[in-house]
Design a protein around this ligand. Structure first.
Ligand code: PAF
Length: 278
């Protein structure tokens, strides 16, 4: 198994990617904050289906964390990440330093509205500004033909699609289905914060949204949402939101359009988010 090539400066990154493009090879990008799990590795496999080369960025982006959030304790283990990436044939890891990404004097921010309004933004008002800013930079730095995002962060996926569309960024966004544990819990780097007891309760989030999706498919989800709220609260969850929305705009659902059930709920100190098609 050959070690993965890691680059830490933009000129070196651009040189490598330009070489691939000159050879007629397509390039996919998988943006991550590290702490990689099977869900991320699946994004790399999907990138490789579309393009000969796959770049994975690893950057814990400070601008998407509020001061009270988990930036400092967010899990970081580059050596473990690189070993996992070598196994799935990642061609290059882009791992910039914070000061290279945001040098002194950095003062520009991409502020998305539209799909960014409501849901996460009601609880994390600056989150999507940070995500859209860093992703726009990553797209410009790497120059990939595709970027692959997981549906696990569904609102993020919608916001990124909108940013790419609105700013005419020259790449395609590819969505990848959520990878779940055998009991239904969506894989997430933050699942490692869960205690054993919390880990036992966590799959209820997926069961509840699957029930709501079924009810929404039959006509009305209101009773299922009320029942789902009760179940989660009785099991000790604190719900930020549990809603059915339009699958594309994330506005109120329309009877003739595809819908999505989205949830964010705290279990102890861990915030779980998940979603399914309805
Ligand atoms: O989903 C994530 O891990 C992050 O929000 C992303 C897209 C890498 C931007 O920092």
């Amino acid at each position: 198994m050959s070690p993965v090539d890691v680059v830490r400066t933009v000129p070196e990154l651009r040189r490598k990617v330009a070489g691939w493009h000159a050879a007629g090879e397509g390039v996919a990008l998988v943006p991550t904050m590290g702490a990689l799990h099977e869900g991320h590795l699946q994004l790399v496999r999907i990138g490789h289906r579309r393009a000969k080369r796959c770049v994975v960025s690893i950057f814990v982006n400070p601008t998407q964390f509020a001061p009270h959030e988990d930036f400092n304790r967010y899990p970081r283990d580059e050596a473990a990440d690189l070993s996992k990436l070598a196994l799935v044939g990642c061609d290059l890891v882009w791992a910039p330093d914070k000061d290279d990404m945001y040098p002194d004097g950095f003062a520009t921010r991409v502020v998305p509205a539209g799909a960014a309004e409501g849901l996460e933004t009601d609880f994390r008002p600056d989150f999507f500004g940070g995500v859209a800013t860093v992703c726009t930079k990553l797209f410009q730095q790497v120059g990939a033909d595709f970027a692959v995002f997981g549906e696990k962060d569904y609102q993020q996926l919608c916001v990124i699609r909108q940013t790419v569309r609105d700013l005419d960024l020259p790449l395609d966004i590819v969505a990848a289905a959520t990878v779940r544990e055998s009991d239904g819990l969506a894989m997430s780097s933050r699942n490692r914060y869960l205690s054993t007891e919390e880990r036992g309760a966590a799959p209820m989030v997926h069961r509840v949204i699957a029930d709501i999706a079924m009810a929404a498919g039959k006509g009305s989800a209101e009773a299922a949402i009320a029942e789902g709220r009760q179940k989660l609260e009785a099991a000790g969850f604190r719900i930020d939101y549990l809603e059915v929305r339009d699958a594309e705009t994330l506005k109120a659902p329309q009877p003739w359009r595809a819908k999505r059930v989205l949830v964010a709920a705290w279990l102890g100190k861990t915030r779980l988010i998940d979603n399914v098609a309805a």
